[in-house]
Design a protein around this ligand. Sequence first.
Ligand code: MN
Length: 292
Amino acid sequence: MKLCRFGGDRLGLVDGERVRDVTAALAQLPGARYPLPNHDVLIANLPALRGAIEAAVKAAPVLALRDIALLSPVANAGKIVAAPVNYKKHLEEARADPALHHQNQVAEIQRVGLFLKATSSVVGPSEGIAIRHPERRTDHEIELAAVIGKRADRVSRETALDHVAGYCIGLDITVRGPEERSLRKSIDGYTVLGPWLVTADNVPDPSSLDLELKINGEVRQRANTRDLIIGIADLIVFASSFYTLMPGDVLLTGTPEGVGPIKPGDAIDASISHIGAMRVAVRAADAPAAVR
Ligand code: MN
């Protein structure tokens, strides 16, 4: 299944260029009362909800994909866990360019570990990226994002991928500079997730996906997840050895080489094979978002 969230907190099933509005299936979710659960209720209940989604398809209004405003496929991520420098060529480019490393030591992921981004940084492709510090270099990073589907506490490599609900494209937008990664990467809108969640059963091999990112039509990043230094299963082992991963937590697996600056007015086209493609507009923080 390709599940999207779109304008007005609606749920859609993506079928080529069409979207079937299956919002009716959300009525099957358990009602939440204070204190709210520390996971995403839709992602946690996705296996049980499949029947309701399939039932809702029959009477679902059909919309054109181009007419809807795509939101992040995860509404309530509890954690955004991210892998720094997890492609060898990106490690080499980061070490070679002072504008990227800023006199910070760029260590291998095995030494530097993982970092967390604020969940308030998450937006969907239709919301775009609002640049807050235009005087500072702000870069694009395309990454495969894995969305956790089941509670994962100190899991083994053999079972790690069983804890993935599905995959989407992630943009880990980054202000370059000397501060901690979590500060520079947690600005509102600096984690773009989309265009939709492709459930894990529809991604035959997450370790051989082509990624591509273009700025204004020009290719800047092109790579394959087979070149990850620490693969997805091992990232889940690593992360879950420190903190329990919950349904709806998002794992950003790292960006390949080719990172570079973005500025207001740019259009980012990001795509990953077996997942899809999305266009994300970049604007100044004081400019209004495009109305759709
Ligand atoms: Mn990154």
